[in-house]
Design a protein around this ligand. Sequence first.
Ligand code: SF4
Ligand code: SF4
Length: 433
Amino acid sequence: MRAGEHDAGSLAEELAAEHPAGDVQSALSELQKLSLVSADQSTGVATFEPIELKQIPLTTVVLNINTGCNLSCTYCYKEDLDTPQNQRKMELDTAVQSIEMLLSESPDQKRYNVVFFGGEPLSNLPLIKEIIAYCEQRFGALGRRVDFSLTTNATLLDEKTVDYLAAHNVGVAVSIDGPKAYHDRNRITVGGKGTYDTVEKKVGLLLAKYQHRPVGARVTLTTGVTDIETIWDHLYNTLGFAEVGFAPVTSGDIADYNLKPEELGEVFAGMKRLGERYLAAALRNENIGFSNLHQLMTDLHEGNNKALPCGAGVGMVAVAHSGGVNLCHRFTGSDVPLLGSVETGLDKPVLNDFLNQRLDKSETGCATCRIRNLCAGGCYHESYARYGDPIHPTYHYCDLMRDWIDFGIGVYTRIMAENPGFYDRFLAPRRGS
Ligand code: SF4
Ligand code: SF4
């Protein structure tokens, strides 16, 4: 062994004063499963076995039910986004074909998810209601569970809509960027007015009435907005969201809104400071709803060894308003070739070819990256927006990602050592909900 290297025995010996040998061995096995620790030098390089999926294990279809949005957020990336006058709504037939495609491509799942996306999905509420009625009947007859969810800008919510969403158990997340000063910079009406005051009122209504499922806030971080802790504090403590997730924009179409490299560094530093508060709360057996870190804890706890960055193209596809199938909702309207259509089904050769290109890390920096089984080369859409190619790894912030994952592993092991019951209490219900 070289200096700094350990085998399982020497590690158990070194840690014997604080941790029983069995605990050290089981923690090592978990980290080995993720290839974060290797027992053998040869496992330090990614291997590649081509796959050929004859059946795609889809569980989720995202329906782009309207390209129109009643807002005009300055940074919006959607390539098929339209103003309300030019909106193109999905037809009921296309929505039904999408559901049937999900069932025929992947008939053996116990649970399915239908996600409503836009534009602003609530601007096509009549179609949402028709699809939900169809799915409840269709999946009910098959004895399969179906869950619904949507992300909304909240401006169109009213009591009746909230009651309807609650009655059908629709998961709701709200796009909101923090306190008024941050939110109103970018999240504006078509006429250019800030929307915070309206959104705050609607969120109050939503959170007061909709209590049976946690409602999350989704924050988009663009240049000039890096104050993670203030934003979390406002959304979690003042407005009362159950979860707050941050999406740093590094590769948007409108380059002026991208976080600058030093700002991205500040964002990750802020995430680590908030992460320390998450850890302190977890040791008190509380969850402060910091989604980014909570998801990482989930991945580590479940041993999610990711060969691909997310479920796009495998467990999930998105359908554009016209019926074309894309990797995920962020690709609808883009010039990335379609993966099929709801009429003809998935184009499996094209899909397999795409997945194999991303799985083959041999010519990339990911091949020897120690966090490749958690990052897997990064989000396809970020790669597409940054490099014009969804296959290309998101190399522009690898060091920050590695530092964030190292931080997350530290948090995970502290919680595991000092309050392992946290995972049973706060991760298991998420999976089962
Ligand atoms: S951090 Fe960079 S090198 Fe490592 S897996 Fe992610 S994209 Fe690849
Ligand atoms: S490709 Fe990116 S945006 Fe699309 S689902 Fe995956 S992580 Fe999300």
